[in-house]
Design a protein around this ligand. Structure first.
Ligand code: RIB
Ligand code: CA
Length: 307
């Protein structure tokens, strides 16, 4: 698999990237960065730190500094000010990144190898939408597009109660992207809530004696406290579940195809993904909604990446 990852790393993004770096037979040929959880000025060094920890070299590209239209607000209460949990003893990175803009890199790579790349988006879809505007044929040159984002039944995690963060952060980009791709795969917030790692399993991962597990332990502390305080049944895995579904499709136990678009106007609903649950719109399905995954299989991917 030839993989491109677009990310607003992000603590769970970092874990998804580590999972892909450790997966056999996968070549990550680009990591494109976008403002989301934190500003892209923080996302870039966060990605570089993940590559340092995993001792891997992947071209990193800086992308959109802000959403297409929406105002941007950081998610510091979830990911910390630096986007990796404000880990005090975090090692500095000296890694250099590419000078090409992420959107231009996405278009160039897709044109250089049409039909070759799997694209996994882990943050707001700003870079993806820009690529679709630069080259309207971009979606047709991507073999598979998987994104973490959206809600199936309007159970969101943002001030607009029906909207999930990645879509809420840049609704226009999400609207344009879902309209441009003939088929995408969506890992929603509800699916995230239904597939946590039970706390004893999470604790066992954090207890592994490796540099990667040391990184996991120190960067995830912020989110662990927040998730436990929120009363969820275990450690939540939004971006890692999306990555697992892309890397190992047989981990998807249930999915269904729907026509999906994005609300751009609603006072309370802007950023909501709108699913045509009963095929009443007349539009052809454009999103395969992942509804169930084998979390034991996802756990095995964590064990591999932390070894
Ligand atoms: O709503 C969860 C998503 O928002 C994840 O991608 C997380 O990293 C944040 O970006
Ligand atoms: Ca993310």
């Amino acid at each position: 698999m030839r993989l491109i990852i677009d990310t607003d790393a992000g603590i769970d993004d970092a874990q998804a990237i580590m999972m892909a770096l450790a997966y056999p037979g996968v070549t990550i040929e680009a990591i494109t960065c976008v403002t989301g959880n934190v500003h892209v000025n923080n996302v870039v060094p966060n990605v570089c730190t993940v590559l340092d920890v995993m001792r891997r070299d992947v071209p990193v590209y800086r992308g959109a500094e802000r959403p297409l239209v929406a105002d941007w607000k950081p998610e510091e209460h979830v990911h910390g000010k630096d986007g990796l949990g404000d880990w005090r003893d975090r090692p500095a990175t000296t890694r250099r990144i590419e000078t090409e803009h992420a959107a231009n890199a996405l278009v160039r790579l897709a044109n250089a190898a049409p039909g070759e790349y799997t694209l996994v988006a882990l943050g707001p879809l700003t870079n993806i939408a820009l690529a679709c505007q630069l080259d309207p044929a971009f979606p047709s040159k991507i073999s598979q597009f998987v994104f973490m984002g959206g809600t199936i039944y309007a159970m969101g995690n943002t001030p607009n109660l029906t909207a999930e963060f990645n879509i809420y952060a840049d609704p226009e980009a999400a609207y344009m992207t879902l309209r441009a791709f003939p088929m995408s795969a969506m890992l929603s917030w509800e699916t995230t809530l239904e597939h946590p790692f039970p706390w004893p399993q999470w604790d066992a991962l954090c207890a592994i004696n490796s540099e990667a597990a040391h990184f996991l332990r120190h960067t995830s502390r912020v989110t662990v406290d927040l998730i436990k305080h929120s009363g969820y049944a275990g450690y939540l895995l939004p971006d890692p579940l999306a990555m697992a579904a892309a890397l190992q499709p047989d981990l998807v136990r249930q999915s269904a195809e729907y026509y999906v678009t994005v609300e751009l106007q609603g006072t309370h609903t802007r950023g909501q993904t709108i699913l045509d649950h009963h095929a009443r719109s007349g539009h052809a399905p454009n999103v395969r909604v992942v509804q169930a995954l084998d979390t034991d299989g996802v756990y095995a991917l964590y064990q591999r990446m932390l070894a």
